[in-house]
Design a protein around this ligand. Structure first.
Ligand SMILES: NC(=O)NC(NC(N)=O)C(=O)[O-]
Length: 335
């Protein structure tokens, strides 16, 4: 089961198999005890001792029935976005008498969906699994993958599959959201993330107040901030700040700074944090309102040349559901 500690290969990646980022189960040989979709849930697997449904014990994951003949079960997952895969976590949390004895994983790049003619590449050769534990596998495969196929031998349950990778930046004619997690935008430092920050760059609108970045109440002078590495070096044209669901705790105002860190401090949080004190302001302080999408564009966003990082300041504290930073990729491209 999940301990929260991630291996080195997961650094700087996102979970490309995250349901809340858009990953989906495409097909499975069997889903008798637990549907494939449950294996992609973002939250750690749970166990409810007394919970049964019409098929048996309710288990938090994908679980097939006991095979009574040859063969093995497998399932195909469409990743949230195509990307480069760095590694996997095959988590058998709470599957103690019904975990598969081994798994293997293949990948393909088939944006329209795999079919009979699709070429699958082996990413993880058949490897043993144990009861109720995370199993980390690193993956050095080159190239982009849009789907993975998980094979389990011969049958059983997998609580969670996490696919750690780096999203590919899709080519675009006009401005794109360079902060989007699905393009490769990442939070690299922040002053306070007491109630979470992981969903600030997620696609779509927040479903509730837990779906964004929220600080604790600030009890001293100053303000809170968060630094985002953009998916590519780009010129910023507009900024969207969405306070969806933040009604009694939206920030009074926000401002944005930016910098081109190409070839400088990298993403070491302490260095980025110190340097960001002097970044140029591209959006001066703007008042915010509760539960609303704020679009800052035109002359309000100062043209600052190509930048790789932005810092969103919120005055003095509060919650932001989503941040979008629209711009055009500059010469030199991906950060
Ligand atoms: N106690 C169980 O979990 N049994 C069975 N599984 C479910 N989910 O009921 C099985 O055969 O693996």
């Amino acid at each position: 089961m999940s301990t929260g500690a991630l291996p080195a290969f997961a650094r700087g990646t996102i979970n490309l198999a995250s349901a809340s980022l858009g990953a989906r189960g495409i097909s499975a040989t069997d889903e008798f005890f637990g549907p494939l979709s449950r294996m992609l849930a973002d939250e750690p697997a749970a166990y409810h001792p007394g919970r049964y449904d019409e098929n048996g014990k309710w288990m938090d994951g994908w679980e097939t029935r006991r095979r009574r003949g040859p063969g093995h079960d497998h399932a195909i997952v469409a990743l949230a976005t195509p990307g480069r895969i760095r590694g996997f976590d095959v988590d058998t949390a709470y599957f103690t008498g019904n975990y598969p004895t081994a798994c293997a994983i293949e990948g393909c790049h088939a944006p329209g969906g795999p079919d009979e003619a699709t070429d699958w590449v082996t990413l993880i050769a058949a490897s043993p699994l144990g009861p109720s534990a995370q199993h980390f596998f690193d993956c050095a495969a080159d190239g982009l993958f849009s789907h993975v196929r998980l094979r389990i031998y011969p049958d059983g349950g997998v609580a969670r599959l996490r696919v750690y990778g780096i999203p590919a930046l899709a080519p675009a004619e006009g401005p794109i959201d360079l902060a989007s997690a699905l393009s490769g935008g990442q939070v690299v430092a922040l002053s306070n993330g007491h109630y979470g920050h992981q969903r600030l760059l997620a696609p779509g609108r927040g479903v509730n107040m837990g779906d964004g970045w929220e600080t604790s109440r600030r009890r001293e002078p100053g303000h809170e901030w968060i630094v985002v590495r953009l998916a590519a070096r780009a010129t910023v044209e507009s900024i969207v700040v969405d306070t969806a669901h933040f009604k009694g705790n939206y920030p009074d105002a926000c401002s944005v700074q930016a910098a081109d860190l190409t070839g400088t401090t990298g993403d070491l949080p302490t260095l980025v944090t110190a340097a960001s004190m002097f970044w140029q302001e591209i959006l001066p302080e703007q008042k915010l309102a509760a539960d609303r999408i704020h679009t800052f564009d035109g002359d309000r966003v100062k043209r600052a040349g190509a930048v790789t990082h932005i810092r969103l300041n919120i005055h003095p504290d509060g919650g932001i559901s989503r941040l979008r930073v629209f711009g055009r990729v500059a010469e030199g491209g991906k950060t």
